[in-house]
Design a binder for this molecule. Structure first.
Ligand code: SF4
Length: 114
C-alpha cells in the first residue's frame, strides 16, 4: 500500500513507500502496569503530553477530560490531540521495567512484543 498520491517515491527507492494511511495511531490502546512501574519517569521525559507521575510516583496516562488513568484505555481519549506513534513507542521503550503496554485495534499486544 502506498499513499495513493504521486508515486514519486517509487523510482527513488525502487518500490513504493509503505505508510500508515489510516490517519490515526497504529496504537489503539495503552496500559501502564503500576506494579512494574518504579517511577523512573523516562516516559514522562519522552512524552510529557501523555505521561505524568501521580502522588505515589507511579506513571499515569493523561486524558482529554483532565482525568488520569493507568488501566487499559483507548488512545483516542489521551490528552494529546494527535498521537505521535514514534514518540509513544519510544516512551514505552524507554521504560526500564517495560511497564507500558501498547495494543493494536484488535487488542493484539504490539509492545512489548510477545
Ligand atoms: S518509564 Fe516506566 S518505570 Fe518509569 S515512570 Fe514511566 S512507566 Fe514507570
Amino acid at each position: 500500500m502506498n499513499c495513493g498520491l504521486c508515486s514519486n517515491c517509487s523510482p527513488i527507492h525502487n518500490r513504493l513507500i509503505l505508510i500508515n494511511t489510516s490517519m490515526g495511531s497504529l496504537y489503539k490502546y495503552i496500559k501502564i502496569d503500576r506494579d512494574l512501574c518504579i517511577g523512573a519517569a523516562s516516559c514522562v521525559a519522552v512524552y510529557p503530553q501523555i505521561f505524568a507521575l501521580d502522588e505515589e510516583s507511579k506513571a499515569v496516562i493523561l486524558k482529554k477530560d483532565g482525568s488520569q488513568i493507568s488501566d487499559h484505555t483507548s488512545v483516542d481519549l489521551l490528552a494529546c490531540a494527535e498521537i505521535d506513534d514514534d514518540q509513544l513507542l519510544l516512551s514505552a521503550q524507554s521504560c526500564p521495567t517495560a511497564a507500558i503496554f501498547l495494543y493494536g485495534e484488535d487488542g493484539t499486544q504490539l509492545y512489548p512484543e510477545g
